[in-house]
Design a protein around this ligand. Structure first.
Ligand code: AMP
Length: 178
């Protein structure tokens, strides 16, 4: 299946969760076994040469892609969650949103000092979420080898923001515009 074929499986929902946002819904792609397998294989092809030790997935759709990718690569998986969701002792980071702030958390000690990690989410828009997750991982002493996404919204500049922070990123599908 081509990248265009994958893109065609992503459903766009206008004005959700608020007016002006074109929500790129991957549940339609995930429900198609050929599309799901093709996406994971393409992400695994990008990730395999990195020789990562651990896959980190960002809540919530990063859990789906990150966990399947970790399995495909033969690696463990660690979730980065929104505040207050993880049951154990956590470390966290507050970061700026368009309006207000948010917080990401990680189970303390789950990312070993010096670990070579691959960060995964479904989509990169402004890059704020991935930047915060990467900073949290770096604070734990990890090396973020790459941030890998199914979808890029290139006009929002997220990959450039990651690059400016020294984080290499890759994506499979791009939707120009927003
Ligand atoms: P950002 O921090 O701006 O890069 O936003 C990325 C995060 O928000 C990811 O976890 C995405 O799942 C979600 N997100 C942002 N914009 C969209 C969009 N247009 N469609 C689907 N998810 C989005």
């Amino acid at each position: 299946m081509s990248v265009d074929g994958l893109a065609a499986l992503v459903r766009t929902i206008p004005d959700w969760p608020k007016p002006g946002i074109q929500f790129r819904d991957i549940t339609t792609l995930l429900a198609d076994w050929r599309g799901f397998a093709e996406l994971v294989e393409r992400m695994a092809l990008i990730a395999r040469p990195l020789d990562a030790e651990l896959v980190i997935g960002i809540e919530a759709r990063g859990f789906i892609l990150g966990a399947v990718l970790a399995h495909a690569l033969g690696l463990g998986f660690v979730p980065v969650r929104k505040a207050g969701k993880l049951p154990g002792q956590t470390v966290g980071i507050d970061y700026m949103l368009e309006y207000g702030t948010d917080r990401l958390e990680l189970h303390e000690g789950q990312v070993p000092q010096g670990a070579r990690v691959l960060l995964v989410d479904d989509l990169i828009a402004t890059g704020g979420t991935a930047l915060a997750a990467a900073q949290l991982l770096r604070e734990q002493g990890a090396t973020v080898l790459m941030a890998l996404f199914a979808i890029d919204l290139p006009d929002l500049g997220g990959r450039r923001a990651l690059e400016q922070d020294g984080i290499v990123s890759q994506t499979v599908i791009a939707f120009p515009g927003h």
